[in-house]
Write a protein that binds this ligand. Structure first.
Ligand code: BGC
Ligand code: BGC
Length: 626
């Protein structure tokens, strides 16, 4: 051990020796900001507070975020021992809860590019924006490997190749760190969701009891979902069939595929891991002592702390005391209790007093949390507010340039019959159809401003249509959101998008293009010589007849706030370079198309295979038009 490590360890131990049981439990408790006040943090010495998806202050401005977070942090400083608070947010593609922050492509798009240097820069910019609002912890990166792409969290992962996922996750962790973990703009990563969140089988999710709950408002978490569609209709389409479900892969696959990226991300210095809602052969990860304690903390020598997922321990048992006891004993160190955190504190205290949870387990958990705080420099003044990045870094042009680069490079060219792309600058007219061509919310997807995201101008950004206007100044753009005009054009561009979703709300029974999109494509096909289809989606979608109807097909994923950049490869201002990291199905009935192992449907042929992605050369080293 280095002398510094020894000294710091001594400081953590000295602090631990002064803490009461109740103060230790306070460090292990993480309420949501809407359920706890700064006074609660002071009185109960709470160790952490979270803003859930959409857990924003009013108004949702960087200034209000900073004031809110500093309010909680100052209260922690005024608690008896003054242990600094860790505030956590889901900055999963930029500081995405904050209106005006830079929104980067979701990980599915970054995976398609596969450039660790870019991922590192994305993470660095994200860290700067998050730290500017007083926050030092993000629940990212997800190292999810989606097996069944009907899973609503497919876009949170980089793809199906464990080696690539590990490499990009490590780069992301390095980017969150920057020069040093203790610098005021470094963020604590949370590598998630441990383990094999992406391997849940369709039909095994038990999150939602349809018989017991009739509407969203019956469930305090789902009440946050603010759906555009009717909830029962979304359930009929397959919501909550996969997410949080059961994994039945064998131990070898578990290690070689799903554990591998954790090794890479932890080696890069991540001191936090989030447990998965799911289960393995029926045993929930939140009570999986073998995986959390023997494998993660033992075999992998993980020195950080494990945080539970949102209210996840509540699912372990009808008896809440049993939930608390089993999760903490299994190795959960900090518990995300969004709502009734007092009940959690009381239950854990009672469990220790009756000997059901050993004090040594509590001490170990608290030590791990304090070590992470120590590593972030929180005991050494790294959280002096004046040292933090200025608020103008939120949405800063330097960061938008990185997001622009990522959005430009992430589209995958799946098909290009007759070299339909790139569109020539001499094109007299282009029919641009589909509302998604000009909609920042649709191109950002879930986890943007609100948990589910939403269509519309939800945050500042640019769109594909703006990019086309910029790059094709001499082309007449015939803009028809519904494609119901009648004039012909030499070329047409149809942009379709999945409606935004997050987590299990985005699980589906099938991934067929909705009928409205198919008929839009058919209508435009009849009016143009060359048809280009751009798909904004968090995962492959089943193209059906559109696979033949379109001359060129571009999977543009969820590019984020800088959507104008997507125009660049389309017009040849840049080349296509990205490749597919998940298998793309021909038919929904073939799903899941497992990328490995002798699993169901392993024999089905995909429409596009992993590694596909056509390349194009730019027209010229085109200069930016004025
Ligand atoms: C998600 C996590 C997220 C947490 C906090 C949960 O619903 O599963 O990925 O980090 O909420 O917002
Ligand atoms: C700094 C810039 C930096 C930007 C983004 C600003 O506060 O002045 O130099 O590029 O933050 O991090």
């Amino acid at each position: 051990m280095t002398p510094t490590a020894t000294r710091n360890q001594g400081r953590v131990d000295a602090l631990l020796a002064r803490m009461t049981l109740r103060e230790k439990i306070g460090q292990m408790t993480q309420p949501e900001k809407n359920s706890a006040t700064p006074d609660d943090v002071r009185a109960h010495a709470l160790g952490s507070v979270i803003s859930g998806g959409g857990g924003n202050p009013e108004p949702n401005t960087p200034e209000a975020w900073r004031a809110m977070v500093l309010g909680f942090r100052e209260a922690a400083r005024e608690s008896r021992l003054g242990i600094p608070l860790l505030y956590g947010v889901d900055a999963v593609h930029g500081h995405n809860n904050v209106v005006g922050a830079t929104v980067f492509p979701h990980n599915v798009g970054l995976g398609a590019i596969g450039d660790p240097d870019l991922v590192r820069r994305v993470a660095r910019a994200t860290a700067r924006e998050v730290a500017a609002t007083g926050v030092r912890w993000t629940f990212a990166p997800a190292v999810s490997i989606p097996v069944d792409v009907r899973w609503g969290r497919t876009y949170e992962g980089y793809g199906q190749d464990p080696e690539l996922v590990g490499r990009l996750a490590a780069a992301y962790v390095e980017g969150l760190r920057g020069v040093d973990w203790a610098s005021p703009d470094a963020l604590l990563p949370s590598v998630k969701h441990f383990l094999a969140d992406g391997a849940a089988r369709h039909g095994t999710s038990t999150r939602w009891d349809r018989a017991a709950v009739k509407s969203l408002s019956d469930d305090p978490t789902l009440a946050n979902a603010h759906l555009a569609a009717d909830f029962l209709e979304v359930l009929d389409r397959g919501a909550w069939t996969i997410d949080q479900g059961d994994v039945d892969v064998d131990e070898r696959t578990m290690r070689e595929v799903f554990l591998a990226p954790y090794r890479a991300a932890l080696a890069a210095g991540a001191l936090n891991v989030m447990a998965s809602y799911g289960s393995w052969h029926g045993l929930r990860m939140h009570e999986h002592r073998h995986l959390l304690t023997d494998v993660l903390k033992g075999e992998l020598s993980f020195e950080g702390f494990v945080v539970s997922d949102w209210a996840a321990i509540d699912q372990l048992d009808p008896d809440y005391e049993a939930c608390v006891e089993r999760s903490v004993n299994a190795g959960i160190d900090m518990v995300m209790v969004p709502f009734d955190w007092r009940r959690f504190m009381d239950a854990l205290e009672a469990a220790v007093e009756r000997g059901a949870v050993p004090l040594a387990r509590i001490d170990d958990a608290v030590r791990r949390i304090l070590v992470a705080k120590e590593r972030l420099g929180l005991f050494d003044g790294a959280d002096e507010p004046e040292l933090e990045p200025p608020l103008d870094v939120v949405g800063h042009p330097d960061h938008r340039r990185i997001a622009h680069e990522a959005a430009r490079r992430s589209p995958v060219l799946l098909k290009n019959r007759g070299e339909a792309l790139p569109l020539p600058p001499t094109l007299p007219a282009l029919l641009v159809a589909g509302a998604a061509a000009d909609d920042v919310g649709l191109q950002c997807g879930g986890w943007t401003v609100s948990w589910m995201g939403a269509a519309g101008p939800i945050t500042p950004g640019t769109t594909l249509l703006q990019g086309l206007r910029r790059w094709l100044p001499d082309t007449e753009l015939m803009v028809e959101p519904d494609g119901r005009g009648s004039a012909r054009a030499p070329a047409g561009l149809v942009v379709v998008a999945e409606e935004p979703y997050a987590e299990g709300m985005g699980d589906r029974h099938d991934l067929d293009l909705p009928a409205v999109d198919v008929s839009l494509i058919e209508r435009v096909r009849a009016r143009v010589d060359t048809l280009v289809l751009v798909v904004y989606s968090g995962r492959p979608v089943v193209l059906g007849a559109a696979a033949q109807l379109a001359d060129a097909i571009v999977a543009a994923w969820l590019p984020g706030s800088e959507g104008a950049a997507v125009a660049e490869p389309l017009v040849g201002a840049s080349g296509f370079e990205a490749t597919l990291r998940t298998r793309w199905p021909i038919r929904s009935a073939d799903l899941p198309l497992h990328p490995f192992g002798a699993e169901p449907h392993a024999g089905a042929r995909p429409l596009f295979e992993i590694g596909q992605g056509l390349r194009t050369a730019p027209w010229s080293d085109a200069t930016t038009p004025a």
